[in-house]
Ligand binder design. Structure first.
Ligand SMILES: Nc1ncnc2c1ncn2[C@@H]1O[C@H](COP(=O)(O)OP(=O)(O)OP(=O)(O)O)[C@@H](O)[C@H]1O
Length: 347
């Protein structure tokens, strides 16, 4: 088990700061997901923890100890990548055992570890197979088992599910959640996929351009995004955001927070728009509603509207968000919040 801490960490490539003065604490035993758009610095953070590509300045601490001078092999961390890095000519057993042999672990102990870990990830019956005869999900489990035999105190995972098809990804997500529960070890997981982050994380660390935008459990990230970036990054379709027309303020509401109807019901924000597109997804329907120069995405359980039909789009006041011109969210406790609600109601 281990906690991880970044203290004033900067990482530069060719004098360009990819990460600048970053402070972050990753809690012991938690499933922490680093999420953000491509190039925001997620992998760079992971590599600094592993010691593969150390920071330019600042410190990385594992269990309170500065690991700057400790080589990757001695940090007690194991990494799992998206392209597995398993050896095609070795059997599953040999792949899992490889690191142990290298570390001169005695044969009896090796066999015990390989068998118990294979059972944990459901590979027992595949131990004598070659990786080429396994499915993508089974190969991903070999990569996990290879990391697990090292009995690390931290698992670092870099988009480990991105090579799998959609159905398998969902299944592996559940398996990873269960594995984390079983092991109780610190997991640090990198992804650009907000659904993965929402479904697996104890804590989400949302990054953009090398800066942390918000650090929070999934439900807080969703209900109380700290800024416009977080509001738009988490959630599918993203939050609808538009100009309030007052002091450069923007307002926003989630696609599932709006109600579409044929008659207005007197909700706070009420406009009459036209259905521009309709996506019937089975359990829900996503409509695009056009109103003046704006368009809003609305998610409904029922499928009551057709394209080109007029509809009232209404949102309750407790479902509204407001953002400063610099993107920061204005909380309900802010004295201006009610003024902005009033401005919205008047249209
Ligand atoms: N070895 C390197 N030399 C120069 N620039 C690099 C190097 N490694 C990463 N970068 C730059 O650092 C930034 C962050 O890269 P990083 O791989 O951490 O992003 P990421 O968030 O993991 O993105 P992705 O989701 O695409 O993997 C990018 O702009 C990238 O171009």
């Amino acid at each position: 088990m281990a906690s991880i801490e970044f203290v004033k960490v900067t990482k530069s490539f060719d004098k360009h700061d990819v990460i600048k003065d970053l402070d972050l604490k990753i809690e012991d035993g938690k499933f922490t997901v680093l999420v953000g758009p491509s190039g925001c610095g997620k992998t760079t953070l992971l590599r600094m923890i592993a010691g593969i590509d150390p920071q330019t300045s600042g410190s990385v601490l594992i269990n309170g100890k500065d690991v700057t001078k400790i080589p990757p092999g001695q940090r007690g961390v194991a990494m799992v990548f998206q392209n597995y890095a398993i050896y095609p000519t070795m059997s599953v057993r040999e792949n899992i055992e490889f690191g142990l042999k290298n570390n001169k672990v005695p044969k009896a102990e090796r066999t015990r570890l390989v068998e118990s870990i294979s059972a944990t990830v459901g590979l027992t019956e595949y131990l004598d197979r070659k990786p080429s005869t396994l499915s993508g999900g089974q190969r991903q489990r070999v990569a996990l088992a290879r990391a697990m035999v090292k009995q690390p105190s931290v698992f670092l995972m870099d988009e480990p599910l991105s090579n799998l098809d959609a159905k398998l990804r969902v299944q592996m997500r559940i398996e990873l959640i269960e594995l984390h529960k079983k092991l109780g070890t610190t997991f640090v997981y990198v992804t650009h996929d907000q659904v993965e982050a929402m479904s697996m994380a104890d804590t989400i660390v949302l990054m953009n351009k090398g800066l942390i935008q918000q650090e929070a459990p999934p439900e807080i990230m969703y209900q109380k995004p700290s800024n416009k970036f977080a509001a738009e990054f988490i959630g599918v379709p993203p939050m609808n955001i538009d100009d309030l027309g007052v002091e450069g303020i923007k307002f926003g509401f989630r696609p599932e927070s709006a109600v579409l109807s044929n008659e207005p019901s007197g909700q706070h924000f009420s406009i009459r728009g036209v259905i521009a597109t309709r996506e019937m997804l089975g359990s829900e329907t996503v409509y695009q509603v056009k109103y003046k120069n704006s368009s809003y995405m609305i998610k409904c359980i029922e499928d009551n509207f057709t394209v080109d039909q007029d509809a009232y789009l209404e949102v309750a006041p407790n479902k509204m968000f407001f953002f400063e011109p610099d993107g920061n969210r204005i909380g309900e406790e802010d004295a201006r919040f009610n003024n902005y609600l009033e401005a919205l109601r008047r249209g």
